[in-house]
Design a protein around this ligand. Sequence first.
Ligand SMILES: [Ca+2]
Length: 216
Amino acid sequence: MRWILAATLLYLLSSCINYPTPCFQAPEVVKVGDTIHFTNCSVDGYSYYWWFDDGTDSEEAEPSKVYTERGKYKVYLTAYTKNGHYQRKSNKIIEVGHLHLDEIRINDFPADDGGIPWDSDGTGPDLRITYGPAGQAPQYTTIEVPNINTDSLPLVFLPISDIRLTEGEWQFNLLDIDGTAERPMRSFIINPNQREPGQIRITDGDWNFQLTTSVR
Ligand SMILES: [Ca+2]
């Protein structure tokens, strides 16, 4: 009886010691070109094998990784003990994409241009926003919203096409379309890829301008 207990105890001990529990942390959504740092939270692991689902792998404990193409990748981590025993692999899906523009929003704007009315007839600006990578002629434009005032707020513009926010600065020109003339009201320059995806808000005096971005 005693040896059976001893053998059972030995068996339980060996199963506790020999089988590590793989565990890792990684962001769920990243951009193409971002450096991902994998955090290893495995228990009782001695060595590791990572499979990144794009043809690459690693044996580091906490590797870094850059995906060069968009897609959904299923990353596997296998944790081994010193004698080579391992437990079931752990995996996570990482979505890799590009930054896109979802919305342009004006939450607030000044009632006039430093004491001068925005437009010639006093009805309020007829607003259109042109935008695109800074330093180039704007590639994109919103619709025109006539006679805006504080009752119009917030003004929300949804892109009519799929707009990928490329690297670098983007310029947003707020124009008052007075007849055929375009009177600049204000420009905002933003580097969206340097900011967290989601809401990017710029406030300056009475101006409150906002972009919403996402990775997909
Ligand atoms: Ca007007």
